[in-house]
Design a protein around this ligand. Sequence first.
Ligand SMILES: NC(=O)c1ccc[n+]([C@@H]2O[C@H](COP(=O)([O-])OP(=O)(O)OC[C@H]3O[C@@H](n4cnc5c(N)ncnc54)[C@H](O)[C@@H]3O)[C@@H](O)[C@H]2O)c1
Length: 370
Amino acid sequence: MIIGVPKEVKDHESRVGVTPAGVKALVEAGHTVLVEHNAGVLSAMPDDEYQDAGAEIVGSAYDVWRLAEMVVKVKEPVEKEYRHFREGLVLFTYLHLAPLEDLTNALLEKKVTGIAYETVRDRAGALPLLTPMSEVAGRLSVQIGAEYLTKEHRGRGLLLGGVPGVPPASVCIIGGGIVGTNAAKIALGMGAKVTLIDLNLNRLRELDDIFNGRVFTMASNSYNIARAASEADLLIGGVLIPGAAAPKIVTRHMVEKMKRGAVIVDVAIDQGGCIETAHPTTHSDPSYEVNGVVHYCVTNMPAAVPNTSTLALTNATFPYVMKLAKLGAGAAIREDKGIAEGVNTYNGVLTYEAVAAAQKRDWKSVAELV
Ligand SMILES: NC(=O)c1ccc[n+]([C@@H]2O[C@H](COP(=O)([O-])OP(=O)(O)OC[C@H]3O[C@@H](n4cnc5c(N)ncnc54)[C@H](O)[C@@H]3O)[C@@H](O)[C@H]2O)c1
């Protein structure tokens, strides 16, 4: 199969869909990989590494899309990429179609097979291509929070771990899933006092075991959240209700009661945020203040560490790339239920129920079409 890897064009997106290691494995399996000039450069993967691995470097995005049978990307295509769509093309990338009607229409009109990272499922029913980015964002949230707590960044001027004779900072993490667990690991490692809040009591039991009692766990209710927020130096939002907008469980009133110079990192901002005063920000202008509380609400945090993020993402996506290349999309969809779950558009038909519900349109299961 001919696989195309274009350079990402979305604002501040610095990851790339396939690494030189992935190229080598694909080429060894008999496939051709076309990589756009400088596609990996922001992830510290220059053209010569791709070339050494067996890729053909192609000068323009236009040619990569035109010649490839399957395009592997990171972010959903932006408008200027729609013109590359054509019948029969397989597109494997994050798509996030629910709020993107124009992109959905373009994929359907051109009969592109759109396979979305975020809806591919593994045998356990989990979402394996979302997990690595939550791991990165969870760990990064504490690193960034610690930075914003410094005086330089208008924070309280606190060292997360304290020093002998001076107590550590209090970190409150709401949501004990992938983001929350990874945030807790790093916060504990840096010596902070960590409180984890979740709705799911069984999850809190697991976390209590995992962290051997070193993390304080609390059941999620507005009383506990208000109390924990008022005591927190760093508050991290990591709740998720799959397929729904994040609930605003930290209210404006709670933020008003927080300490001046405290820091909020709302990781859940990509689902609307779980903190009422949070609004989406970008890497070029990441933070703002409300009532003296610093807010950091960047929707694509992993792009800050593209080398780690590209490697983490492609570790997870690559086995699927290999399977799609080996079998072709049709056979891979028939054979692998998890890949079939990833198909959002197929031959001009919308094939993902949640996207159809969000856009109030008809859909069909891909199993009926392949
Ligand atoms: N900003 C970014 O760059 C970025 C990157 C990766 C992930 N995310 C987002 O981070 C969020 C968390 O992702 P995840 O992978 O950890 O999800 P997850 O499903 O692993 O964990 C979510 C947790 O939230 C808990 N929860 C749900 N409702 C709650 C409530 N009312 N109170 C307390 N806890 C509640 C759930 O029980 C679950 O344990 C998602 O919105 C995800 O999209 C953002």
